[in-house]
Design a protein around this ligand. Structure first.
Ligand code: NAP
Ligand code: COA
Length: 268
């Protein structure tokens, strides 16, 4: 874990922080000294994440909730503020994904992803506002390359994550004068995650996906955690309203051109 960042005495709340990328972010902040709260639907996942963060030496708190439930989101943020005080860092990362063609998807399937990713992020940011440190708080939305690169089987995620990034930009405008910075991180394909397992469910698909990354490898959840710590540190004190790809160059080339480049350079 990073020795570069020090979040001692800082309060961090990570929605969707009980597995995958977001738990990787939680581990980074916990290892850097922060008190970390995590929230997601499954009580078992919440308990396991809290235990793991405590093993790292952090004070950790957990809440079982659905980000589609505004009352539950508000109650968790209020309870955590009561225990730990104002929030230095808020991460909104709860999300759902499955591959499906738009014309074969039910309206409720599309709505479910938009409700979790986009409306859920709105609920989290809106409810967190009274509890964010002013000035000084860092808000991070977990986006995805689907927000700016269209992908087949991903109309629901593309629409939802594009909305998340516009939420990032508009709240950076609305909250900037209060000293609250709002940014997005757009992770590329990250190894050992539910998202990767759903989009690349076998070895052939994983290999094809790996070849589309200019750096020719998957990322690690800890690398997204490092980026989240950078964006929440004094080193990024003048950074707000950006969507930061952390993806081995995947977004700059785009999936198609990266794949073509890889096929033309078989020995690299
Ligand atoms: P993951 O492990 O499934 O993470 C999703 C988290 O959100 C889990 O903790 C899940 O826990 C929680 N969650 C889901 N629905 C929820 C709801 N309605 N209310 C509250 N919590 C909810 O998947 P991941 O692949 O690491 O993805 C994490 C984030 O990274 C997502 O925002 C995703 O879009 C983004 N991302 C992932 C990749 C990738 O390569 N994996 C790439 C780009 C972007 P519960 O099941 O307990 O609710
Ligand atoms: N293909 C097409 N439609 C699907 C689907 C799939 N693979 N999985 C679910 N759906 C549809 C359901 O059929 C339902 O639509 P319907 O009512 O018209 O039948 C709708 O989506 C909601 O499904 P449900 O299981 O009730 O939703 P949920 O709220 O329990 O779960 C999901 C939300 C669907 C997003 C679920 O995949 C989830 O919980 N994901 C979290 C983990 C995750 O996706 N991690 C990766 C993050 S990148």
């Amino acid at each position: 874990m990073s020795a570069t960042f020090d979040f001692t005495d800082k309060q961090v709340f990570i929605f969707g922080g009980t597995s995958g990328i977001n738990l990787g972010i939680a581990r980074c902040f916990a290892s850097a000294g922060a008190r970390v709260a995590v929230a997601s639907r499954s009580q078992d996942k919440v308990d396991a994440a809290v235990a793991e963060l405590e093993q790292l030496g952090a004070q950790a708190d957990g809440y079982s909730l659905d980000v589609r439930d505004t009352d539950a989101v508000e109650a968790a943020l209020a309870a955590q503020a009561e225990k730990a005080g104002a929030l230095d860092v808020l991460v909104s990362g709860a999300a759902g994904n499955f591959p499906a063609l738009a014309h074969k998807m039910s309206p409720n399937a599309f709505k479910s992803v938009v409700d979790i990713d986009l409306l859920g992020s709105f609920h989290v940011l809106r409810a967190a506002f009274p509890h964010l440190k002013k000035p000084g708080a860092s808000v991070i939305n977990i986006s995805a390359p689907q927000a700016f690169i269209a992908m087949p089987l991903q109309s629901h995620v593309c629409a939802a994550k594009a909305g998340v990034d516009m939420l990032t930009r508009t709240l950076a405008l609305e909250w900037g004068a209060l000293g609250i910075r709002v940014n997005s991180i757009a992770p590329g394909p990250i190894d050992d995650t539910e998202g990767m397992a759903r989009l690349a469910p076998n070895e052939a698909a994983r290999e094809a996906c790996r070849k589309t990354v200019p750096m020719q490898r998957f990322g690690a959840a800890s690398e997204i955690g490092e980026a989240a710590m950078f964006l929440s540190s004094d080193a990024a004190a003048y950074v707000s309203g950006v969507v930061l790809p952390v993806d081995g160059g995947w977004a700059v080339a785009g999936a198609g051109s990266a794949a073509l480049a890889a096929s033309l350079m078989p020995n690299m």
